[in-house]
Write a protein of this length. Structure first.
Length: 169
């Protein structure tokens, strides 16, 4: 797999974002839309796919899944949960597209936290890039497992309760 920097893909990213944001706004007007993943993080290495996040209320999740199924391929169904689903299109845009659908404030709603954490911690981005380079030519399972060793602890920080200060309430 060839890795590129987010900056190298910027023109194609802009084009796809314009197309997909317009389509998704028509299909799911109440969903919150975000550009996520390595293509939005300055200095990040990417395999060249574009990921977007759709956040919906729990009452809208099932209907959003039904709508997205009609327009996109189901992706990673083995990872689906009652509050998470993924879709995509590998050939219809200038870059392969991944769509992550989550219920707002659910356990699966960690994508924005991960983004903010990586952007705010350059040493984590450096480690993440290094892992991607090291595992780029290995199997998909090995690549994802290596990435999860970086991302797992970040997600755990979001879920963990805040530390209490001695004497605090």
């Amino acid at each position: 797999m060839i890795l590129r920097t987010s900056e190298e893909l910027s023109p194609a990213v802009g084009k796809v974002l314009q197309q997909i944001s317009a389509l998704l706004a028509r299909l799911l007007p109440d969903a919150e839309f975000y550009h996520i993943g390595s293509t939005v993080i300055p200095g990040a290495l990417t395999k060249g796919d574009l990921d977007v996040l759709l956040r919906v209320e729990s009452t809208q999740f099932k209907s959003a899944v039904d709508v997205l199924r009609k327009h996109f391929d189901v992706k990673q169904s083995e990872n689906w949960e009652p509050c998470f689903a993924s879709f995509g299109n590998d050939t219809g845009y200038a870059l392969p597209l991944g769509i992550q659908l989550v219920v707002k404030e659910s356990a699966a709603d960690s994508f924005l936290f991960i983004h903010d954490y990586i952007v705010g911690h350059p040493e984590v981005l450096e480690s993440y890039n290094r892992v991607k380079q090291e595992y780029a030519d290995r199997s998909s399972d090995e690549y994802w497992a290596a990435k999860d060793r970086i991302l797992g602890p970040i997600v755990a920080r979001r879920i963990a309760p805040p530390n209490r200060v001695a004497g605090g309430s």
